[in-house]
Design a protein around this ligand. Structure first.
Ligand SMILES: Nc1ncnc2c1ncn2[C@@H]1O[C@H](COP(=O)(O)OP(=O)(O)O)[C@@H](O)[C@H]1O
Ligand SMILES: [Mg+2]
Length: 273
């Protein structure tokens, strides 16, 4: 995103050290990043570099060791807090098996105190837009993996969070289903323009979805590169058009170039340890 938008999240010097059986594990080693309001930031990096940890810290599920996080409350980027009032992290299989599709989508609203009537009224258009119409009373076991993820995404948007934190939501899906859900996610996001931090191990997915791609180093995680996608591919964006274009290959090469060094380095370190 060519940044005229105010910064929604400002992260400076963020560090996280875990302790495992008395031994320190440096997970994050000084992350600096700004995420503009309404931007879609994808995060890629070698396995174990701290991507999930970063999202969990932002969501308040994990304490940071050092550094600062400022989340702006209003559109002008003012009145910052440590963490968003209401963020949503979701991963594979985060829906409740005993609840219907409607109740799963409405779950966040229930937690926020909306009456059943209001909840159902609010989620109805979201369910329709996500092509889940007709499945409101179905239980998760009656749905395909792709539809379950669709329920999960629909819940996230219906809850109207301040920002969305997504951790490899499509990682377990087959290629065709993934293509369809990526297109749907783009469409829903383009309507809402929520600020999104989206972790993926797929470079391809990052290019299709992101305004910017943050490439992390192998553990301890630092920022290796930030790749601007928004100035190459505008909005609204069509998945097919992105993949067919010549610039897609260039972007892929740049992200993979940065990532490959880190993945190879991590594997070499593993081999000698
Ligand atoms: N609760 C924890 N206790 C100890 N170590 C952890 C914990 N959570 C994550 N780690 C370690 O921190 C590093 C980063 O983990 P994670 O954020 O899950 O990486 P990623 O999501 O990038 O694969 C890994 O080495 C992992 O083993
Ligand atoms: Mg992870």
């Amino acid at each position: 995103m060519t940044s005229t938008a105010p910064v929604k999240v400002r992260i400076r010097g963020l560090r996280k050290r875990f302790s495992v059986k008395g031994r320190p594990i440096e997970a994050l080693d000084g992350i600096d990043v700004d995420v503009e309001a309404g931007a879609f930031l994808c995060i890629v990096g070698p396995s174990g570099c701290g991507k999930t940890t970063l999202l969990r810290i932002l969501a308040g599920l994990e304490e940071k060791t050092a550094g600062t996080i400022e989340v702006a409350r209003d559109a002008a980027g003012k009145d910052a807090r440590e963490r968003p009032v209401n963020a949503m992290v979701f991963q594979e299989q985060s829906i409740f098996p005993w609840m219907t599709v409607r109740d799963n989508v409405a779950f966040g609203l229930k937690a926020r105190g909306f009456s059943r009537r209001d909840r159902y009224a609010i989620v109805e258009p979201f369910i329709r837009r996500a092509n889940l119409g007709g499945f409101e009373d179905a239980l998760p076991h009656q749905l395909s993996g792709g539809m379950k993820q669709r329920v999960s995404i629909t819940r996230a948007f219906a809850n109207d969070p301040e920002m969305l934190l997504m951790d490899e939501p499509f990682a377990a899906l087959d290629e065709q289903t993934k293509l369809i859900l990526q297109a749907e996610l783009l469409r829903i996001w383009e309507e809402s323009r929520k600020t999104v931090l989206y972790v993926t191990h797929s470079i391809d997915e990052a290019i299709v979805l992101a305004d910017r791609i943050l490439v992390m180093t192998a553990r301890p995680g630092r920022v290796k590169d930030v790749v601007d996608v928004a100035s190459v591919f505008g909005r609204p964006r069509r998945v097919e058009a992105v993949k067919e274009s010549a610039q897609y290959g260039e972007l892929f090469g740049r992200v993979w170039g940065a990532l490959r060094e880190e993945v190879m380095g991590a594997q070499a370190a593993e081999a000698v340890s």
